[in-house]
Ligand binder design. Sequence first.
Ligand code: FE
Ligand code: FE
Length: 240
Amino acid sequence: MEQLLNLRDLLQHEIEDLYSAEEQIIEALPLMIENTTNRELKKALKDHLQVTKEQKRRLDKVKKLMAGGEEISEEKKSFLERLFGEGTKCKGVEGLIKEGQKMMAEDMEPAVMNAAIIGAAQKIEHYEISGYGTARAYARELGLRDVVKLLEATLKEEYQTDKDLTALALKKVNVAAEKGSRNAGVKTGRTNKGSQPAGRKVAPKKGGSAAAKGRGGAAKKAGTRSRSAAKKTASQQRSR
Ligand code: FE
Ligand code: FE
Protein backbone atom coordinates (compact mmCIF):
# COMPACT_ATOMS: atom_id res chain seq x y z
CA MET A 1 0.00 0.00 0.00
CA GLU A 2 1.18 3.47 -0.85
CA GLN A 3 2.60 5.47 1.99
CA LEU A 4 -0.01 8.09 2.81
CA LEU A 5 2.24 10.88 3.80
CA ASN A 6 5.76 11.88 2.94
CA LEU A 7 7.86 14.98 3.56
CA ARG A 8 7.01 16.50 0.19
CA ASP A 9 3.28 16.21 1.01
CA LEU A 10 3.88 17.93 4.32
CA LEU A 11 5.79 20.70 2.57
CA GLN A 12 2.99 21.13 0.07
CA HIS A 13 0.47 21.37 2.90
CA GLU A 14 2.64 23.92 4.72
CA ILE A 15 2.91 26.05 1.56
CA GLU A 16 -0.89 26.06 1.15
CA ASP A 17 -1.30 26.97 4.82
CA LEU A 18 1.16 29.87 4.51
CA TYR A 19 -0.47 31.05 1.28
CA SER A 20 -3.82 31.25 3.01
CA ALA A 21 -2.18 32.97 6.00
CA GLU A 22 -0.66 35.67 3.78
CA GLU A 23 -3.99 36.20 1.99
CA GLN A 24 -5.82 36.64 5.30
CA ILE A 25 -3.12 38.98 6.64
CA ILE A 26 -3.40 41.17 3.52
CA GLU A 27 -7.13 41.47 4.25
CA ALA A 28 -6.71 42.06 7.99
CA LEU A 29 -3.85 44.60 8.10
CA PRO A 30 -5.79 47.64 6.81
CA LEU A 31 -8.12 47.59 9.85
CA MET A 32 -5.14 47.34 12.22
CA ILE A 33 -3.48 50.25 10.39
CA GLU A 34 -6.66 52.31 10.67
CA ASN A 35 -7.02 51.71 14.39
CA THR A 36 -3.40 52.60 15.13
CA THR A 37 -2.77 56.16 16.34
CA ASN A 38 1.01 55.89 16.58
CA ARG A 39 2.65 57.19 13.41
CA GLU A 40 5.63 54.84 13.53
CA LEU A 41 3.46 51.82 14.15
CA LYS A 42 1.14 52.85 11.35
CA LYS A 43 4.12 53.11 9.00
CA ALA A 44 5.57 49.79 10.14
CA LEU A 45 2.25 48.02 9.52
CA LYS A 46 1.77 49.77 6.15
CA ASP A 47 5.26 48.72 5.08
CA HIS A 48 4.56 45.17 6.20
CA LEU A 49 1.37 45.11 4.14
CA GLN A 50 3.44 45.80 1.02
CA VAL A 51 6.02 43.21 2.09
CA THR A 52 3.21 40.69 2.68
CA LYS A 53 1.88 41.18 -0.86
CA GLU A 54 5.34 40.37 -2.18
CA GLN A 55 5.51 37.32 0.09
CA LYS A 56 2.30 36.03 -1.46
CA ARG A 57 3.85 36.45 -4.92
CA ARG A 58 6.92 34.57 -3.69
CA LEU A 59 4.67 31.69 -2.61
CA ASP A 60 3.17 31.66 -6.12
CA LYS A 61 6.69 30.99 -7.38
CA VAL A 62 7.17 28.26 -4.76
CA LYS A 63 3.92 26.64 -5.85
CA LYS A 64 5.07 26.66 -9.48
CA LEU A 65 8.37 25.05 -8.52
CA MET A 66 6.55 22.42 -6.47
CA ALA A 67 4.05 21.75 -9.26
CA GLY A 68 6.89 20.25 -11.29
CA GLY A 69 6.81 17.26 -9.00
CA GLU A 70 4.25 14.60 -8.30
CA GLU A 71 0.64 15.80 -7.78
CA ILE A 72 -0.87 15.16 -4.36
CA SER A 73 -3.35 12.26 -4.60
CA GLU A 74 -6.97 12.40 -3.42
CA GLU A 75 -6.17 9.75 -0.81
CA LYS A 76 -3.37 11.85 0.60
CA LYS A 77 -5.52 14.98 0.49
CA SER A 78 -8.18 13.37 2.65
CA PHE A 79 -5.53 12.17 5.09
CA LEU A 80 -4.16 15.72 5.38
CA GLU A 81 -7.70 17.03 5.85
CA ARG A 82 -8.25 14.67 8.76
CA LEU A 83 -5.01 15.94 10.29
CA PHE A 84 -5.35 19.66 9.67
CA GLY A 85 -9.03 20.23 8.91
CA GLU A 86 -10.96 20.69 5.70
CA GLY A 87 -9.90 23.04 2.95
CA THR A 88 -6.78 25.11 2.64
CA LYS A 89 -7.82 28.02 4.86
CA CYS A 90 -5.24 28.58 7.57
CA LYS A 91 -7.23 28.18 10.79
CA GLY A 92 -4.32 29.26 12.98
CA VAL A 93 -4.00 32.73 11.49
CA GLU A 94 -7.77 33.00 11.15
CA GLY A 95 -8.03 32.58 14.93
CA LEU A 96 -5.24 35.08 15.65
CA ILE A 97 -6.86 37.65 13.36
CA LYS A 98 -10.26 37.12 15.03
CA GLU A 99 -8.70 37.64 18.45
CA GLY A 100 -7.14 40.88 17.22
CA GLN A 101 -10.43 42.10 15.77
CA LYS A 102 -12.28 41.30 18.99
CA MET A 103 -9.68 43.27 20.91
CA MET A 104 -9.95 46.23 18.55
CA ALA A 105 -13.72 46.36 19.15
CA GLU A 106 -13.10 46.99 22.85
CA ASP A 107 -13.15 50.50 24.24
CA MET A 108 -9.68 51.48 25.40
CA GLU A 109 -7.31 54.42 25.38
CA PRO A 110 -5.65 54.85 21.97
CA ALA A 111 -2.18 54.50 23.56
CA VAL A 112 -3.22 51.18 25.09
CA MET A 113 -4.82 50.09 21.81
CA ASN A 114 -1.50 50.66 20.03
CA ALA A 115 0.25 48.34 22.49
CA ALA A 116 -2.46 45.72 22.02
CA ILE A 117 -2.21 45.97 18.21
CA ILE A 118 1.54 45.33 18.36
CA GLY A 119 0.90 42.28 20.56
CA ALA A 120 -1.68 40.96 18.09
CA ALA A 121 0.60 41.62 15.10
CA GLN A 122 3.50 39.82 16.74
CA LYS A 123 1.40 36.73 17.45
CA ILE A 124 0.76 36.57 13.72
CA GLU A 125 4.45 37.12 12.91
CA HIS A 126 5.37 34.26 15.21
CA TYR A 127 2.92 31.95 13.50
CA GLU A 128 4.52 32.85 10.17
CA ILE A 129 8.07 32.46 11.52
CA SER A 130 7.14 29.00 12.73
CA GLY A 131 5.46 28.03 9.45
CA TYR A 132 8.21 29.36 7.18
CA GLY A 133 10.92 27.88 9.41
CA THR A 134 9.30 24.45 9.22
CA ALA A 135 8.72 24.70 5.46
CA ARG A 136 12.34 25.73 4.89
CA ALA A 137 13.58 22.76 6.93
CA TYR A 138 11.43 20.37 4.85
CA ALA A 139 12.62 21.97 1.59
CA ARG A 140 16.26 21.70 2.71
CA GLU A 141 15.78 18.05 3.56
CA LEU A 142 14.23 17.45 0.15
CA GLY A 143 17.10 19.26 -1.60
CA LEU A 144 14.78 21.87 -3.15
CA ARG A 145 17.29 24.70 -3.25
CA ASP A 146 15.20 27.27 -5.14
CA VAL A 147 12.28 26.70 -2.78
CA VAL A 148 14.62 27.11 0.21
CA LYS A 149 15.86 30.46 -1.13
CA LEU A 150 12.35 31.83 -1.60
CA LEU A 151 11.12 30.66 1.81
CA GLU A 152 14.25 32.02 3.47
CA ALA A 153 13.77 35.48 1.96
CA THR A 154 10.31 35.67 3.54
CA LEU A 155 11.45 34.14 6.83
CA LYS A 156 14.08 36.90 7.16
CA GLU A 157 11.43 39.57 6.56
CA GLU A 158 9.13 38.10 9.20
CA TYR A 159 11.98 37.99 11.73
CA GLN A 160 12.90 41.60 10.91
CA THR A 161 9.30 42.78 11.31
CA ASP A 162 9.02 41.02 14.66
CA LYS A 163 12.29 42.61 15.79
CA ASP A 164 11.20 46.09 14.65
CA LEU A 165 7.84 45.76 16.40
CA THR A 166 9.58 44.65 19.59
CA ALA A 167 11.83 47.72 19.51
CA LEU A 168 8.87 50.01 18.88
CA ALA A 169 6.87 48.42 21.69
CA LEU A 170 9.64 48.55 24.28
CA LYS A 171 10.96 52.01 23.42
CA LYS A 172 7.74 53.86 22.76
CA VAL A 173 4.38 52.19 22.52
CA ASN A 174 4.35 50.23 25.80
CA VAL A 175 5.78 53.25 27.60
CA ALA A 176 3.00 55.48 26.27
CA ALA A 177 0.40 52.84 27.13
CA GLU A 178 1.67 52.65 30.69
CA LYS A 179 1.36 56.38 31.10
CA GLY A 180 -2.09 56.14 29.62
CA SER A 181 -1.13 59.06 27.46
CA ARG A 182 -2.27 59.60 23.92
CA ASN A 183 0.33 59.65 21.22
CA ALA A 184 1.04 63.11 19.99
CA GLY A 185 0.55 64.23 16.45
CA VAL A 186 -2.31 61.97 15.38
CA LYS A 187 -5.88 63.00 15.99
CA THR A 188 -7.98 60.06 17.11
CA GLY A 189 -11.39 61.63 16.50
CA ARG A 190 -12.44 60.28 19.88
CA THR A 191 -15.26 61.84 21.86
CA ASN A 192 -16.47 61.22 25.37
CA LYS A 193 -20.04 60.68 24.27
CA GLY A 194 -21.03 57.04 24.48
CA SER A 195 -18.72 54.07 24.81
CA GLN A 196 -17.81 53.65 21.12
CA PRO A 197 -14.80 55.75 20.14
CA ALA A 198 -15.71 57.87 17.10
CA GLY A 199 -12.66 56.96 15.04
CA ARG A 200 -12.66 53.24 15.80
CA LYS A 201 -13.28 50.81 13.00
CA VAL A 202 -14.45 47.31 13.76
CA ALA A 203 -14.54 44.18 11.66
CA PRO A 204 -17.97 43.29 10.26
CA LYS A 205 -19.70 40.84 12.59
CA LYS A 206 -21.49 37.65 11.68
CA GLY A 207 -24.65 37.58 13.84
CA GLY A 208 -24.75 39.41 17.19
CA SER A 209 -22.06 41.52 18.76
CA ALA A 210 -20.19 39.67 21.45
CA ALA A 211 -17.76 42.56 21.82
CA ALA A 212 -20.57 45.05 22.34
CA LYS A 213 -22.14 42.86 25.05
CA GLY A 214 -18.93 42.66 27.03
CA ARG A 215 -17.82 46.21 26.42
CA GLY A 216 -18.83 47.76 29.77
CA GLY A 217 -16.84 45.55 32.10
CA ALA A 218 -14.04 44.98 29.68
CA ALA A 219 -13.45 48.70 29.24
CA LYS A 220 -12.70 49.14 32.95
CA LYS A 221 -10.09 46.41 32.89
CA ALA A 222 -8.78 47.09 29.38
CA GLY A 223 -5.80 49.24 30.41
CA THR A 224 -4.31 46.77 32.86
CA ARG A 225 -5.07 43.72 30.82
CA SER A 226 -3.72 44.83 27.46
CA ARG A 227 -0.62 46.38 29.00
CA SER A 228 0.32 43.12 30.65
CA ALA A 229 -0.65 41.18 27.51
CA ALA A 230 1.76 43.23 25.41
CA LYS A 231 4.57 42.89 27.93
CA LYS A 232 4.15 39.16 28.10
CA THR A 233 4.57 38.76 24.34
CA ALA A 234 7.39 36.24 24.06
CA SER A 235 9.27 38.21 21.43
CA GLN A 236 9.22 41.34 23.52
CA GLN A 237 10.64 39.46 26.48
CA ARG A 238 13.32 37.77 24.42
CA SER A 239 15.09 40.95 23.40
CA ARG A 240 15.23 42.41 26.90
FE1 FE B 1 3.97 37.11 5.81
FE1 FE C 1 4.34 38.87 8.42
